[in-house]
Design a protein around this ligand. Structure first.
Ligand code: ADP
Ligand code: MG
Length: 705
């Protein structure tokens, strides 16, 4: 059997168990052992349930057994709800019985540290011996709403309702909140998993399983930390090609919010890396539970979008503007319809109707008007997503309008997102038309706009996946290798070495040389050509210029010797770094730090001292694709500076992009690079290039907080 097939069969025993034993079942209502039995009964689990209890003959009306080994039938899945210290022996019994998977609800393992860690190891070892797979410990369990299974192997309260969204939540609390919200939205759930300590079966196993589950149309993942980010990236990238994956990470901070120094590593704390992993894996990252639920339900019932161009139909102006604000903030566009289509609509709609985007069909619009307007959006090649605002007037056949929207939405190849603003008890029948057709509606225009933004993000991520990675020409990996290997570990490279390394990867740097004495500096300066810049060579100094370690624009021999002397006065015995003085231009910063085990995080922003205050920086995980480099540049607020503001000529964006991509190649080839900071890179006008004037590169261990 292949490993993959084996893994799937193993998860079949978890998600589609033919029988379930509950070890630690109880007749006392306020216990987990009671609740799991009750939930299996309430959800009409399609297989037998075997309560295990040392003394009781029955748990509820089900015959109970003293140990799992006494159950006279095969047991696929066993819930373990006994005291933590008893778990190893119970797992042993499960092994002897031939149980395939155990859900260990019991807490008191790795999460408590000390003895708990040993207990978890011991339990796993026993499970391995018998080939029993472990879900948990310290977890809730699973739910599968497949009508042929109906396994509610969990102790939570949300009723089982079949849907198309499968939900993984590291935190059981968050999982239950999302599950409950999906239920309230009338959407239900396909499968659910909350695996607590994840000692064995992990999020990746589950994602792979759901990727192959035809009933799962959308996957929602909530994580707090990723134990194996590389594997997650790999698995999630594959899964997100097959179906939309929405991710939520709690404990996040806004990127760049903690920028405290020009030290790249200090610009971002570890917990934001998960979002970068999401993005790279093609997971749409969302920040709140409501949005994730609304988006998941819509993605589950509507086709994916091909782009970010939104068309809006509305029968009242204000809500149309609210949708507009939301989608523009989400980076979408709102093109007008093709001219002929506008003319046609002008003829068919009320004369006062507006046929540009948003199309305002007016409050008295008839079902036919709605049909024509929505159809126009669906047929127009400039539009990828249709948002249909509908406020229900007394004087309109609202059920007729609903039927037209539903008819189009059910057949469309583009997503149709209806926002129905109404009095829910007064317009029950109208709403029921949507519900019966499985077309989700939003109560508020901002929700519709946000969800449209999620469809657009998903489209962008899907497009990006087709992209080939960047492969640089003219790099000298061998020389770079020997430079890095001979570098002192856990120390900054000398500036000359840092510049050499960048040069080997085709990153433009100024002319440079190192010198020990003022005389040597002057000699090297003549070789480079005046004017030059003189800098102190010291790995202890983060901001050389703040401490008098940078002297610019030295025009002759004497200026260099004098300046060298003054630098050596401030830094006795220090070596010197001589550089050609380059023309002023726009200063940018690019940097990176290694965030093990996820890899290198690359940063980009406008340079200068303001970067520390404004925190206007963007981050991505290496290696970068060309479009990732583009979006890093476009994402910062100051990006228009590169286009040239107030009459300035545009800057050489291509040169910036090339530097970022080459930087990414350098990092991918050399995981030994712990951090680097190119600050500033001076960028010139279009076609005139960019050049690095200051570089700090550290080889060695990960940056420590
Ligand atoms: P610091 O250690 O303070 O960051 P830098 O080497 O970045 O020192 O130099 C400080 C500033 O001096 C830069 O931001 C840049 O404006 C200017 N500068 C440095 N080197 C050069 C150079 N070779 N040509 C022109 N300007 C330079
Ligand atoms: Mg600098």
């Amino acid at each position: 059997m292949t490993r993959k097939k084996g893994a799937r069969l193993m998860l079949d025993a978890l998600f589609k168990p033919k029988s379930v034993a509950v070890i630690g079942a109880s007749n006392r209502k306020l216990t987990i052992g009671y609740r799991i039995i009750q939930n299996l009964i309430d959800s009409e689990f399609q297989g037998p349930v075997f309560p295990v209890h040392p003394k009781a003959a029955f748990i509820k009306n089900l015959p109970a057994y003293p140990t799992v080994k006494d159950v006279p039938y095969d047991v696929d899945l066993a819930h373990i709800v006994v005291k933590n210290t008893l778990v190893p022996s119970v797992v042993e019994q499960c092994g002897e019985k031939g149980v395939k998977v155990v859900i260990i609800n019991t807490a008191g393992f790795k999460e408590i540290g000390g003895d708990g860690i040993d207990l978890e190891k011991k339990t796993l070892k026993i499970a391995k011996k018998y080939g029993v797979r472990v879900f948990g410990p310290n977890c809730q369990g699973i739910i599968n709403s497949d009508p042929e299974v109906r396994a509610y192997c969990n102790f939570t309260f949300t009723p089982l309702e079949a849907g198309r969204v499968s939900l993984f939540a590291q935190s059981g609390g968050v999982g239950e909140v999302i599950n409950n919200r999906l239920f309230e939205l009338g959407a239900g759930l396909r499968m659910y998993a909350s695996n607590g300590n994840a000692a064995d079966i992990d999020v990746c196993d589950i994602l792979e399983y759901w990727a192959e589950d035809p009933g799962t149309k959308v996957i929602v993942v909530h994580v707090e930390s990723l134990s194996d980010p590389k594997r997650f990236l790999d698995v999630a990238s594959r899964v997100s090609r097959l179906k939309p994956v929405l991710g939520m990470k709690s404990g996040r901070t806004e990127l760049g919010a903690r920028a405290v120094s020009s030290h790249t590593g200090g610009m971002m704390k570890q917990d934001t890396t998960t979002e970068l992993i999401f993005r790279k894996a093609g997971i749409v990252s969302l920040s709140n539970e409501e949005e994730i639920c609304q988006a998941a339900v819509a993605l589950g019932s509507q086709p994916a979008a091909k782009g970010n161009r939104i068309g809006i139909v509305t029968n009242t102006g204000g809500p149309g503007i609210i949708v507009t604000d939301e989608i523009i903030e989400a980076g979408c566009t709102m093109p007008d319809l093709e001219h002929e289509r506008q003319i046609l609509l002008k003829e068919k709609l009320y004369p006062e109707a507006i046929v540009s985007n948003p199309i305002d069909v007016l409050a008295t619009a008839t079902p036919e008007h709605y049909r024509m307007a929505v159809e126009a959006l669906l047929e127009d090649p400039n539009i990828d997503i249709a948002v249909v605002n509908f406020i229900t007037p007394f004087f309109v056949d609202t059920e007729g309008v609903a039927r037209e929207i539903v008819d189009l939405a059910s057949k469309a190849a583009k997503p149709v997102l209806p926002v129905v603003m109404t009095n829910k008890s007064g317009w029950k029948k109208t709403l029921a038309i949507f519900a019966e057709a499985g077309i989700p509606v939003f109560d508020l225009p901002e929700t519709g706009g946000r969800v449209a933004g999620v469809f657009a993000q998903h489209a962008a991520l899907a497009l990006k996946k087709e992209e080939k990675p960047f492969s640089p020409t003219g790099i000298d990996t061998e020389s770079a290798q020997s430079l890095i290997e001979s570098a002192e570990s856990d120390a900054y490279l000398k500036q000359a070495d840092a510049f050499s390394l960048l040069k080997m990867y085709g990153i433009p740097v100024t002319e440079y040389a190192q010198a020990r004495s003022p005389e040597e500096a002057a000699e090297k300066a003549s070789g480079i050509g005046f004017p030059v810049v003189l800098k102190v060579e010291s790995s202890d100094v983060v901001h050389k210029s703040d401490e008098g370690g940078v002297i610019l624009d030295l025009k002759d021999h004497k200026a260099v010797t004098d300046s060298a002397k003054s630098i050596q006065k401030i830094f006795p015995g220090a070596s010197l770094f001589v550089q050609s003085m380059v023309e002023p231009g726009t200063e940018i910063i690019a940097g990176a730090f290694r965030d093990d085990p996820a890899g290198h995080v690359i940063m980009f922003g406008l340079g200068g001292i303001l970067v520390e205050v404004i925190k206007d920086v963007s981050f991505r995980l290496a290696p970068l694709t060309p479009s990732e480099a583009d979006s890093m540049i476009a994402e910062i607020k100051a990006a228009p500076v590169l286009d040239g503001i107030r009459g300035q000529r545009p800057k050489d964006r291509d040169a910036v992009r090339e530097i970022i991509l080459r930087l990414s190649s350098l990092l991918s080839d050399f995981p030994q690079i712990a951090e680097m900071d190119l600050n500033p890179i001076i960028v010139y006008e279009k076609d005139r290039g960019a050049v690095v004037v200051d570089a700090r590169i550290r080889i060695g261990n990960q940056l420590k907080e």
